[in-house]
Unconditional design. Structure first.
Length: 198
């Protein structure tokens, strides 16, 4: 079984989105400020990053077997048009699965029984590969439940001032992490990996 890790691009003041789901243009500038092209599974979505960022992304994405996201992100992205850009199955934790989705949709699995069930489903799908947990509410729930092995931060040099924190309203605090166990310097981003102290 692989690792369970959360990862997000975060502002220096700790936000993964600004007020009203804004600020993504500032947070994700590093997706288009390099010379190395990365194609995704989403038509029309290509990133241009530095060689260091590409190596970092290739290492993590190459070991990724599934993702866990919340219904808010699923709706915000319109289900990524039917396939996540990382080309892996997505487990969506929700109180209310969408009624209009295709019955035989292998790209998305909707789970209503809580974060433990969502992560267990994602692990079953991933096999010996890693499970990625989206930042925000999903990361908070997974950390509170003791399910996370690592925290990945793509630190962007921007201050958003308010918005959605990476870990909103932790039920267990303080939480100590070990590391950073890995540091990669990109252009307009610092990739940091921390181990969750069990």
């Amino acid at each position: 079984m692989g690792k369970v890790a959360t990862g997000a691009t975060m502002s220096i003041d700790g936000y993964i989105a600004g007020p009203g789901d804004s600020g993504f243009d500032l947070l994700f500038q590093w997706y288009d400020n390099g010379d190395v092209e990365i194609t995704t599974a989403m038509p029309g979505l290509t990133m241009r990053v530095t060689p260091a960022s590409k190596d970092h992304l290739d290492e993590w994405n190459g070991a990724l077997g599934s993702l866990v996201v919340g219904r808010h992100l699923y709706d915000l992205t319109n289900g990524w048009g039917g396939r996540h850009p990382l080309d892996v199955p997505v487990v969506v934790l929700t109180h209310r699965p969408p009624e209009d989705r295709p019955a035989a949709d292998d790209n998305f699995v909707f789970v209503t029984e809580g974060i433990e069930a969502a992560v267990a489903t994602a692990q079953e799908i991933a096999g010996d590969r890693n499970v990625g947990v989206n930042g925000g509410e999903m990361a908070r729930q997974a950390l509170d439940a003791g399910l996370l092995d690592e925290v990945h931060v793509d630190l962007a040099p921007v201050l958003l001032g308010a918005g959605t924190p990476y870990f909103p309203s932790l039920g267990i605090k303080p939480v100590q992490l070990d590391g950073p166990v890995k540091v990669v310097r990109g252009s307009g981003v610092m990739h940091l990996t921390y181990a969750v102290r069990k």
